[in-house]
Design a protein around this ligand. Sequence first.
Ligand code: KIV
Length: 301
Amino acid sequence: MSTLNNSKVTVPWCLQAKAENRKIVMLTAYDHLMTKILDETGQVDILLVGDSLGMVIQGKNDTLSVTMDESIYHTSIVARTAKRAMVVADMPFMSFQSTAYDALKNAGRLIKEGGAHAIKLEGGKRVLNQVKAIVNAGIPVMGHLGLTPQSVHAFGGFKVQGKSEYAVQQLISDAIALEDAGVFSIVLEGIPTEAARRITEHLKVPTIGIGAGSYCDGQVLVTYDMLGYSDSGPRFVKKYSLIKSIIQDAVKKYADEVITGDFPTSEYAYNMKIEENISPDIHDNIKSYKQVDPETFDDLF
Ligand code: KIV
């Protein structure tokens, strides 16, 4: 086991991982408790606050409607919670495509207001000016090539990219251009294994694959997908648990016990005597709860 596992993950850490042939583990996170669970394993190197939040948190059909404010909101929760993992915030659709100025301003917000350690944006040569402006401001950038979900309409759906020799050559030159512009890693999504292998071999910065086969320097999945929150999902998602049925079994047991009255037993209740001579001050304090001494509530737990 690597001795680096306890150290905080940084940009140099990621570059060193590639140099030492160690795989990078990345998952998505959007909320406090899931971030805590993932981070406490000490095995998730990068937590991505992906714009996939539009689909898995908000139930939309794609990622396009996610806003800067939503991205900042979720990033701030994840960044506040994670102790070891590097937190990367996704730049939402149209937060960086128009101008380098917009891109820099919005990347800055994800760092200043969201507390992210780095940002990710989709695209190759066409977003180089944006990447350079952000990198020049000292903000680490993760690239994203292949099946970039913000281009879903241009692709005519969520379709595998890089299927022809020409398309692979384009991806390789995009990846090299991104590396030259200063990105510290590149997500490769929805491309053939062989295309990802060739791109990875051309780069000094690590590639992180999702539906891009085993030759990438790391892997990322949407956490809800790999935990099995949903019955369906793309072919590249391996389900490491069947959490949907675990949750539903627990909910059925709870519902049964509520209906039968088996829950709550006295073990789960406050079986205390009602005091008759409680001071009127305490009632006043409870009304304006901000003034209440927290110790008053100790017996709640
Ligand atoms: O938004 C996201 O979660 C992503 C990953 C799937 C790479 O971009």
